[in-house]
Design a binder for this molecule. Structure first.
Ligand SMILES: *Cc1c(COP(=O)(O)O)cnc(C)c1O
Length: 517
């Protein structure tokens, strides 16, 4: 505690701890950023931000509900509360501030047009229990988006209700299970290659399947020989991420799909990275039976911080009858109906019901359709072209200073993958990632995918300009040099962030959820 700190709270980083920063302050404040205490430290239970004339007399009948002890929540004035949250928000990084290279997350610019459309009262203020004739516009948006998704993927049907990518995976596996059970063929195993996204094995296990791992080849793709050797009557299906988490296209998907179908199984494709292939590849042509699309990645929606999302699942002719309720259907008179009855035409009696209570994420549907219509088919094709071009530019501009494990096997898709091979003894991917914070960028995805040692997965996305990429590449080249030379200052980065290097797991393993004086 020091005298310069009238509020009496202690900055988490004091001057003496910050041994390596060039300029020290005694308060923890730095460059127009004040160190921010907890609400409990600046407020007090006996203070209040509002002036009441007097405590109103409650009628006796309410006495039983009266509070017995004070709530002990901190009271603050309005400016104190506003500043607290505004200051905290300035410690955050956001896609509106700069490039957000998180691989597998597709953190791209969200067009303001889409945001405006999503906020239109006719879409934003409707209630899911409104009579259908009063929400025809909203239902038409869902229906039109469904048709675009089917057309872009070359599939037969689509389940619009799943609320995120992983929820879509669960929906797809429940469709596969329903289809197998309908033919009296309960199978136990889902095959998941090493290059799949981590949610795939988690989903398969959650859906009650036994997960078996299929190895990757030297060039980062599914080992087709190993996969086909494992196929048999106990295999319900495979889950393949395409493009996979090494940022590579699974060229053998059609061969794999034919082999899986030949033994009576189904092919689930993780299509979260559809932005890399939209307008160029139709998964339906590759034999896929079910695939989720992360609307919040490919078709824009701010999704940092865990939400909101939307993961519609496109389905093949074989699986479409098992899709969940409800779904939209255009009527002869041009209106759109939300079909909710389990015995509706086209629904298989073995269908599994619903994924969620209502029709899905309306805010994401409006954004996605606005995105699709404003880009048009040619614009969507350019999205995937630019996403892949940008990733390959990053890959080729960094591969002389960073090891690119699959760089020699040809171009990547929308993500560039690097490893820590060549760093000085004792230096790791974590050091480079923390250094990136000092350089003004959010770190890339680290230590994922697992198939590569110390992996760094960079997804620049299609919305970055060449100038923006060059700025990032400059920072990365400098950090790569420092990691290879073993610059000790990199080991203790970040130096310029509001906090220094934090314990990576403590907050998750032992969260402090209650404030105690
Ligand atoms: C993001 C992602 C997921 C999970 O999507 P959520 O919406 O976060 O549930 C699954 N697979 C891949 C390949 C992804 O990139």
């Amino acid at each position: 505690m020091n005298d310069l700190n009238p509020a009496g709270w202690r900055p988490a980083m004091s001057a003496d701890q910050d041994e390596s920063a060039a300029v020290k302050t005694f308060t923890g404040n730095r460059a127009l950023h004040l160190e921010e205490p907890l609400l409990f430290e600046i407020g007090a239970a006996d203070r209040c931000g509002v002036d009441f004339d007097e405590t109103p007399d409650l009628p006796d009948t309410l006495g039983a509900f009266g509070r017995k002890a004070p709530l002990d929540l901190p009271g603050l004035s309005e400016p104190e509360a506003v500043r607290h949250y505004t200051r905290l928000s300035r410690q955050n990084y956001a896609i509106d501030l700069g490039l957000f290279p998180l691989g597998s997350c597709t953190m791209k610019h969200n067009p303001r047009l889409d945001e405006k459309v999503a906020r239109m009262p006719g879409f934003a203020d409707v209630h899911p229990l409104q009579p259908q004739q009063t929400v025809q516009g909203a239902l038409k948006v869902i229906n039109e988006l469904a048709h675009w998704l089917i057309a872009l993927t070359g599939m037969h049907g689509v389940a619009m209700t799943p609320k995120a990518g992983a929820h879509g995976e669960l929906c797809g596996l429940l469709c596969i299970r329903a289809a197998l059970e309908a033919r009296g063929d309960a199978r136990e195993v889902i095959l998941v290659p090493e290059s799949a996204h981590g949610t795939n094995p988690a989903t398969a296990a959650f859906a009650g399947y036994r997960v078996e791992n299929i190895p990757a080849t030297e060039d980062g793709r599914v080992d087709v020989a190993a996969l086909t050797a494992r196929l048999g009557p106990d295999v319900a299906g495979v889950m393949i991420t395409n493009p996979n988490t090494c940022g590579l296209f699974e060229r053998d998907l059609k061969t794999i799909a034919d082999a899986v179908h030949a033994v009576g199984g189904y092919v689930y494709c993780d299509g979260a990275n559809f932005n890399a292939i939209v307008g160029r590849v139709r998964p339906g042509d590759l034999g896929v039976d079910a695939m989720h699309i992360n609307l919040h990645k490919t078709f824009s929606t701010p999704h940092g911080g865990g939400g909101p999302g939307s993961g519609p699942v496109v389905l093949s002719e074989a699986l479409a009858p098992y899709g969940p309720l409800p779904f939209t259907a255009r009527q002869a008179d041009g209106s759109v109906r939300l079909v909710e009855e389990e015995d509706a035409p086209g629904i298989h009696p073995e269908g599994f019901g619903r994924m969620c209570a209502f029709h899905g994420q309306m805010g994401m549907f409006t954004r996605a359709l606005a995105y699709i219509l404003s880009h048009g088919a040619d614009g969507l094709r350019q999205v995937s072209g630019d996403a892949v071009l940008n990733a390959n530019y990053v890959l080729r501009r960094l591969e002389d200073v960073l090891d690119a494990p699959f760089g020699a096997s040809g171009p990547c898709m929308h993500e560039a993958l690097f490893s820590d091979d060549g760093f000085a003894e004792g230096f790791s991917t974590l050091d480079l990632a923390k250094g990136l914070i000092d350089e003004g960028f959010h770190p890339m995805t680290v230590y994922f995918p697992l198939v590569v040692h110390g992996s760094m997965l960079v997804e620049p996305t299609e919305t970055e300009s060449k100038a923006g990429l060059d700025q990032f590449i400059g920072a990365m080249r400098s950090l790569a040099d420092r990691a290879r030379e073993g610059d000790p200052l990199l080991k203790t980065a970040p130096h310029l962030a509001p906090r220094r290097r934090l314990d990576e797991t403590l907050a998750a393993r032992k969260p402090k959820l209650v404030w105690k004086d």
